[in-house]
Design a protein around this ligand. Structure first.
Ligand SMILES: [Zn+2]
Length: 143
C-alpha cells in the first residue's frame, strides 16, 4: 500500500512508512489532522487530534485560541492586517498623512505644524503581533 503522506510504497500491513515514518493503515489515520477525505470523517479527525495531543494542542484548538484573542483585540479597536497560519498582525490607528499635513502647515503659515507634531508623536499606527504556538501558548508583542 502507498503512504498517504509521501506516497512511498510499503508492504501491506506495515505500521509505519519506510519513506517518512508516517503511521500507516488503521483506516486512513492522518497525523496532521488535515481534512480527512471521504471515509468516515468523524473518527479519523478524532484519531488525528489525539495524536497531536501528545505533541501539544490540536490544530483546531490553536485556531480557536487565536480567534479568541483576535476577537478581543478587534473589539478594542484593532483590525486584522494579515494572517498567516497561527500568526495574526493587528493594527490600529491611522498612518499619518505627511503630505496632507505639509500642505495644511504651509497653508496656515506653519501653525498646523504643531498639530502635525502632536499627531506624529501621539498617533500613528500601532501594530500587535499575536501568535499561538504548538503548546497553545498565546504570544503577543508590539511591532
Ligand atoms: Zn511516507
Amino acid at each position: 500500500m502507498f503512504c498517504t503522506n509521501c506516497g512511498n510504497e510499503n508492504e501491506d500491513g506495515a505500521r509505519f512508512c519506510t519513506g517518512c515514518g508516517e503511521v500507516m493503515g488503521e483506516s486512513g489515520l492522518r497525523s496532521d489532522g488535515s481534512e480527512p477525505r471521504t471515509e468516515s470523517g468523524g473518527t479519523d479527525e478524532r484519531a488525528g487530534n489525539d495524536r497531536e495531543q501528545m505533541l501539544g494542542v490540536s490544530t483546531s484548538e490553536r485556531r480557536e485560541l487565536l480567534a479568541g484573542v483576535v476577537n478581543t483585540q478587534v473589539a478594542s479597536g484593532y483590525r486584522i492586517e494579515s494572517q498567516v497560519d497561527f500568526l495574526v498582525v493587528l493594527v490600529r490607528g491611522n498612518r499619518v498623512n505627511h503630505v496632507l499635513h505639509l500642505l495644511i502647515t504651509l497653508f496656515t503659515c506653519g501653525l498646523w505644524g504643531l498639530v502635525w507634531l502632536i499627531l506624529v508623536v501621539a498617533g500613528g499606527e500601532k501594530r500587535l503581533k499575536v501568535s499561538v504556538d504548538e503548546w497553545g501558548n498565546i504570544n503577543s508583542s508590539r511591532v
